[in-house]
Design a protein around this ligand. Structure first.
Ligand SMILES: [Mn+2]
Length: 308
């Protein structure tokens, strides 16, 4: 018996075959970043990427919304995981920045780079990389999160997960969706920051979703970095996070946010989905995260095929 027949296929996102996961031709690349350095409460984000990759093998390739096996249309190459840097959170952020630039400026290069965490502190590295690569003033970020993450530093580090949004703001304007946890110290900064718009959870969850029009204007014609902290979703569907705050977004609402971004942005060169802290025996959150990553890739790369 051939030894290969004992194995069930490629270990990559969605378990794609060699053709659909080829580095040479894939328009989507996925970078796992199993980094956990500054997490304050529920730990486990270092296991997030492997749980997403494992769950992704159960995701159906055919997507009814697009009417095709999306991944087969554009191809997804899964890179080796980015090695965690233990020296400091700042050094890890710098490593993410270097990796994002190396991929997006390399040859071959993806049209969109997805990153799976790992904790939220890694996101400012992506924002910094993109700010150096796109025309001045064309980069904006959209953050889905339960937490404002606007602290200038937290537990001694300016690169803590609790400062993720504050650091991203140093690279570009930011639109936050689903926020329901902000500290007294962050509020004055939030109110005074002209580059920042915060949609709190009540408004994000409102049936009419009026904020989507404002989001459409914010991203219109821009290069968008989408950063999804999974705790922005409601804990009823996403309990596998360090701080599961009640009152979060539904699955349908986060997809509306994704559609609004891809329908209006000039491009989405990179996004990340972070803070999955897998709960042993609980598969639904891992599956949700994997499907969300797939949905974002498909909306970025196949939006033309959707009915207007
Ligand atoms: Mn958060």
């Amino acid at each position: 018996m051939e030894i290969d027949s004992l194995f069930s296929g490629e270990w990559n996102f969605l378990g794609l075959d060699a053709k659909a996961s080829s580095r040479q031709t894939a328009r989507a690349w996925l970078l796992p970043v199993p980094y956990e350095g500054t997490t304050s409460y529920g730990a486990g984000t270092r296991d997030g990427p492997s749980a997403i990759l494992a769950a992704s093998r159960q995701v159906e390739l055919y997507d009814r919304e697009f009417g095709c096996e999306c991944a087969g249309e554009y191809g997804i190459y899964t890179t080796a995981p980015l090695e965690p840097v233990a020296a400091s959170p700042e050094a890890m952020v710098a490593a993410v920045e270097r990796a994002v630039r190396a991929f997006l400026e390399g040859s071959p290069a993806p049209q969109v780079l997805g990153i799976i965490g790992g904790e939220h502190s890694i996101s400012s590295g992506t924002a910094r990389a993109l700010a150096h690569m796109v025309p001045d003033g064309s980069l904006v970020a959209v953050q889905i999160d339960a937490h404002a993450d606007l602290r200038d530093s937290y537990e001694g580090s300016p690169y803590s997960h609790a400062s993720a949004a504050r650091r991203i703001l140093e690279s570009c304007p930011l639109f936050q969706v689903g926020i329901r946890n902000i500290s007294a110290g962050e509020e004055p900064f939030r109110r005074g920051c002209a580059r920042l718009r915060t949609i709190f959870a009540e408004e994000a969850n409102a049936a009419e979703a009026a904020f989507l029009d404002e989001l459409a204007r914010f991203v219109c014609g821009k290069n968008v970095f989408l950063t999804v902290d999974l705790d922005g979703l409601d804990p009823s569907i996403m309990p596998a996070v360090g701080t599961p705050e009640p009152g979060g977004l539904s699955w349908q609402r986060i997809l509306e946010v994704v559609r609004t971004i891809t329908a209006n942005a000039a491009a989405v060169p990179a996004f990340d989905v972070v803070e999955l802290a897998p709960v042993p025996g609980l598969r639904a959150p891992d599956f949700l995260a994997a499907l969300l990553v797939y949905k974002i890739f498909s909306h970025v790369l196949l939006k033309e095929s959707l009915p207007k």
